[in-house]
Design a protein around this ligand. Structure first.
Ligand SMILES: [Mn+2]
Length: 324
């Protein structure tokens, strides 16, 4: 299904709900708010469906306050739900069980399950935000002018690009990623302002968590794996509940000779782990072997009903199989 046809379905729809993956990151939120703001500009009746609240560091984005966790399922009259940046049906941050309307699935995860009626999956895209940029153009949204609304939508898309590429340093970056970033800058996006909002306003408790986590990093598998555990007790003491740990994991991955970094976070009902790879190890294989998914160099999984110790054994076993 081409984006042109997807844009037709969008134009013909009357009430559109937009949602994304659970524990939304900068790409999920940036793509969603870029599309929401764009559709509103076009006079469409569009709204957010989410069980979760927008993470603090992303709340600067326009209409971010609408990601407040109040609308968890499609509201009456919705004829289209667009799911962004979400590979697995189980990870959708909305209750769609009772919904029988159309679903559009737009994503860039290799492991995408194609759960939509219409699926647009481009795993060459560095971020779903790249696809939203192209989709908005397909919807005849004009980017090449300096208007406040264009800049605001640009900020959303730029946020998706920056956060899913480690600020344009990962190998998923292509010429197209930079071209889109360049076009966004020419319509008023201030790159350093977005970077400041994203990365230079951490709460003190978060910096303390970084310090604690990194001082407890363990090197396993002949120093090829950096493993970090974060207990619920630590999170409670620091009063951090929905904390993003992507900065912690990238510092762990920067250790010399490390090929894979893991952050395992204890939750009420088990352990959630993020995995990152520096070069060749495919962490999406590792995540999939334990019921998760993701990209070659960034993946995630959840082991329900497990302690941190039990999860570690499983994760390390699975990494060893992939490394050897
Ligand atoms: Mn993404």
């Amino acid at each position: 299904m081409a984006l042109r046809e997807i844009s037709k379905v969008i134009i013909e729809s009357n009430k559109i709900g937009i949602t994304f993956h659970t524990s939304p990151d900068g790409d999920a939120i940036g793509s969603t708010l870029g599309l929401l703001n764009g559709l509103r500009e076009m006079g469409k009746d569009a709204y957010i469906i989410s069980r979760e609240v927008i993470p603090n560091n992303l709340s600067f984005l326009p209409l971010g306050c609408e990601i407040d966790g109040t609308i968890k399922a499609p509201i009456y009259g919705t004829d289209l739900v667009i799911v962004l940046d979400c590979g697995n049906v189980d990870r959708i941050c909305a209750d769609l069980d009772q919904y029988d309307g159309t679903i559009i699935n737009i994503d860039h995860h290799v492991t995408n399950e194609k759960y939509g009626k219409y699926n647009y999956i481009d795993n060459k895209a560095a971020a779903t935000a790249e696809l939203i940029y192209i989709l908005l153009k397909e919807l005849n949204f004009v980017f090449n002018e300096e208007a406040e609304s264009v800049e605001e939508i640009g900020n959303c898309i730029y946020t998706g690009l920056v956060t899913d590429t480690g600020s344009f340093r990962h190998s998923n970056v292509t010429k197209r990623t930079h071209s889109i970033a360049g076009e966004l800058i020419s319509c008023g996006v201030k790159n350093s302002k977005v970077h400041n909002s994203l990365f230079d306003n951490r709460p003190l408790s978060k910096v303390k968590l970084m310090g604690q986590s990194l001082s407890n990093v363990e090197l396993l598998c002949d120093g090829k794996v950096a493993y970090i555990e974060i207990s619920m007790k630590t999170l409670e003491e620091l009063n951090l509940s929905h904390v993003d740990t992507s900065d912690i994991i990238s510092i762990a991955l920067s250790i010399e000779n490390v090929e894979v970094a893991v952050v395992a976070k204890e939750a009420e009902d088990g352990v959630k782990a993020s995995l990152r790879s520096k070069n060749k190890v495919n962490v999406s294989h590792i995540a999939e072997s334990l019921g998760g998914g993701g990209h070659i160099k960034a993946a995630g999984l959840k082991i329900t009903g497990s302690s941190l110790e039990q999860a570690k054994v499983k994760i390390i076993n699975s990494i060893e199989k992939e490394i050897c």
